[in-house]
Every structure is written in structure tokens, then in C-alpha cells.
Design a protein. Structure first.
Ligand SMILES: [Ca+2]
Ligand SMILES: [Ca+2]
Length: 163
């Protein structure tokens, strides 16, 4: 019986460590993934490159992918709180093929929250997606300067830790 309690203690401890301790201290954890909020106004693909390479704290991350409404609300609320911004770059773009949106981290695109009338691809120049007021999304010129959010998926941590 004492042994069972010890095992239970270990399992609970491990859960707490996994739930709270996996992200670098400058980023936020949500559902096991890590999110870094950058206030500097940056072009879309420069922001993606920053997430890929330049952040020591969260290297090999990507611009954030958003898989569902809950994750969207987390990212929007944290952007508002940490960056005081409603417009931030997320990783969605149709730079390769017009109208075929892709996440820069390779996640499957099966959730979106575009505002009414978006994506508009105005003047055939809008290929990068940012959040907007009320958590809705808009496609805009990739050369626009906005704050952004990096995300490092849980599987990337696991991959990195593999022998
Ligand atoms: Ca487009
Ligand atoms: Ca647009």
C-alpha cells in the first residue's frame, strides 16, 4: 500500500513537471505546446524566420498554428495582454498556391476564423494571415509589419529529446 502511494506520488509529480515545466521561462504553455509573444513589428516571413532560427529560447519553432476555437482564444487573449495587440501574424498563408492556405509548421489546415468577406486577396497581393479585432482573421500583404506569435509544438520537444 505504501508502495502504491509512492508510485502515485511519482506519477502526480511527473504530471506537474510535464504540465508546467516544459516551456522556456519567456514563453507560455498551453496544452503542452509553448508560445512566444514578440512585440516587434515584423514582416510575415521575417517573423517565421525568427521563430525558426533566431530565438534561443524557442529555436525550431514556427509562427503559431491555430487548431481550434480554444487555442484561438488563448492566443488572442495572451496577445492582448502581453503585446497589447489585436493584430498579430499567425502562421497561415497561401503564398505557394493562391487560395490554398497552409500553416508554416505543417499542421493540417482544417480550422479557420476569417472575418466576413475575408480572405479577400485584394489586388492579388494578400497571402499572409493575421488576427483582427474580435479574434477574426484577415489575409494581408506579407510585407506588412506586425507583432507575432511563435509556437513550438509538443512533438518537436519530444523529437529533440529522443536519443
Ligand atoms: Ca492570397
Ligand atoms: Ca484581406
Amino acid at each position: 500500500m505504501a508502495c502504491m502511494k509512492y508510485v502515485l506520488f511519482l506519477v502526480v509529480s511527473l504530471f506537474i513537471v510535464l504540465a508546467s515545466g516544459v516551456c522556456p521561462k519567456t514563453s507560455l504553455s498551453y496544452n503542452g505546446d509553448c508560445y512566444l509573444f514578440i512585440s516587434e513589428n515584423t514582416k510575415f516571413f521575417d517573423a517565421e524566420a525568427f521563430c525558426n532560427n533566431k530565438s534561443d529560447e524557442l529555436s525550431s519553432s514556427h509562427l503559431v498554428s491555430i487548431m481550434d476555437r480554444d487555442e484561438l482564444e488563448f492566443v488572442s487573449a495572451a496577445s492582448l495582454q502581453l503585446l497589447e495587440a489585436t493584430e498579430v501574424w499567425i502562421g497561415l498563408n497561401d503564398e505557394s498556391v493562391e487560395g490554398q492556405f497552409e500553416w508554416t509548421d505543417g499542421s493540417i489546415f482544417n480550422y479557420s476564423h476569417f472575418a466576413d468577406g475575408e480572405p479577400s486577396n485584394s489586388a492579388n497581393q494578400e497571402h499572409c494571415v493575421h488576427t483582427y479585432a474580435e479574434t477574426t482573421w484577415n489575409d494581408a500583404s506579407c510585407n506588412g509589419m506586425k507583432p507575432f506569435v511563435c509556437k513550438r509544438a509538443q512533438w518537436e520537444w519530444a523529437h529533440e529529446c529522443a536519443p
